[in-house]
Design a binder for this molecule. Structure first.
Ligand code: IMP
Ligand code: ZN
Length: 348
């Protein structure tokens, strides 16, 4: 924890919709992983970006490679997923959509299928232990791996959507935005959409992806990750903005991630302002709470202090995120009831 976060933001019930599993691993869990694998000679400085530090986006992706070395067995995935879920719950997150790229590790026998099964097992274990959080899973496609792997991933996600008792709800498209092209992934994304998987796509995370963003917006996705360079003021275009507005596609906005990854120069220039001022559904998220040394309470507080939001406005922001979740309507109703029940306590 870098800063003291006010009690209001800690007690605020929250919805987290953009959290990559291996980017969310905390200092404490990394410590346990390092002890399990001392031969790798990995130190903390290699797995997280501390306060005041910044890295290029490319360097951020190197960090994920280091974490992946530490997390390469089913046992690791179970521990990491369980810890991450409990940490979000402890931070006041009541509904979480975790996302992760299924990985095969020949050395340890982990397969993509067993990877997803293990994440699901962690979600179920937390549920059985009575952890106060509703967790769903989005299967992620890493854009660097191309058409075939994307199609394979969609098939896996489809299988689990049908067999996981509602826990697998959608698909994520992520990975280094400077690698690969969205057009190669369209058949897979279209198939996912047709079979009922919800789509959250990282879009316009870096400049000059107008053509790709336009193509992907035509699907259309159900939510957008980042969307940093969609609007005309930063080199995007009005026609892209119009497509987002017309379909009312919520944006998942991750302030610290974008500032530390240097796609946004400073907090005050974050595109949260552009979309929020237009009344567009904008959901505050962490992206990678471990790598970027943050948590969701801090992100809400940062948004409030940067853009001058009152406690009532922050409350509304967290409440409106409920309408953007991928779980069914009944879950939205339960969450809305929860928000109503705790409001007097939070504003006491
Ligand atoms: P994992 O999918 O659970 O292994 O989480 C780490 C992975 O998430 C990375 O290897 C990337 O593919 C993806 N990821 C995390 N943060 C970002 C981001 O800001 N942009 C694009 N992809 C990301
Ligand atoms: Zn992301």
């Amino acid at each position: 924890m870098e800063n003291e976060t006010d009690v209001f933001y800690r007690e605020l019930p929250k919805v987290e919709l953009h959290a990559h599993l291996n980017g969310s691993v905390s200092y404490q869990t990394i410590e346990k992983l390092i002890k399990r694998k001392p031969h790798l000679n990995i130190e903390h400085g290699m797995t997280a970006i501390d306060k005041g530090q910044r890295r290029t986006l490319d360097e951020c992706f190197q960090v994920f490679k280091v974490i992946h070395q530490l997390v390469d067995t089913e046992e690791d995935i179970l521990m990491v997923a369980t810890d991450v879920i409990k940490e979000f719950a402890a931070d006041g997150v009541k509904y979480l959509e975790l996302r992760s790229t299924p990985r095969e590790e020949k050395n340890t026998g982990m397969t993509k299928k067993s990877y997803v099964e293990t994440v699901i097992k962690a979600i179920q274990q937390c549920k059985n232990e009575g952890v106060d959080i509703d967790v769903r899973f989005l299967v992620a496609i890493d854009r660097r791996n191309g058409t075939e792997v994307a199609l394979e991933t969609v098939k896996l996600a489809e299988e689990f959507m049908l067999s996981s008792d509602g826990l697998v709800v959608g698909l994520d498209l992520s990975g280094d935005p400077t690698v690969g092209h969205g057009k190669d992934l369209l058949p897979a994304l279209q198939r996912a959409k047709n079979c009922g998987l919800k789509l959250s796509l990282h879009l316009s995370e870096v400049k000059s992806q107008l053509e790709e963003s336009d193509l992907l917006l035509n699907l259309p996705p159900d939510r957008i990750g980042h969307g940093t360079f969609l609007h005309p003021e930063v080199g995007g275009s009005q026609s892209l903005v119009d497509k987002v507005l017309k379909n009312s596609i919520p944006l998942e906005l991750c302030l610290t991630s974008n500032v530390k990854g240097q796609t946004v120069a400073r907090y005050s220039e974050h595109h949260f302002k552009y979309w929020y001022e237009r009344g567009h559904p904008s959901v505050i998220c962490t992206d990678d709470k471990g790598v970027f040394s943050t948590d969701l309470s801090q992100e809400y507080q940062l948004a409030a202090s940067t853009f001058g939001l009152s406690h009532e406005a922050v409350w509304k922001l967290s409440q409106q995120a409920i309408d953007c979740i991928f779980a069914p309507e009944a879950v939205k109703q339960q969450l809305k009831q929860k928000w109503t029940d705790v409001k007097p306590h939070v504003f006491k």
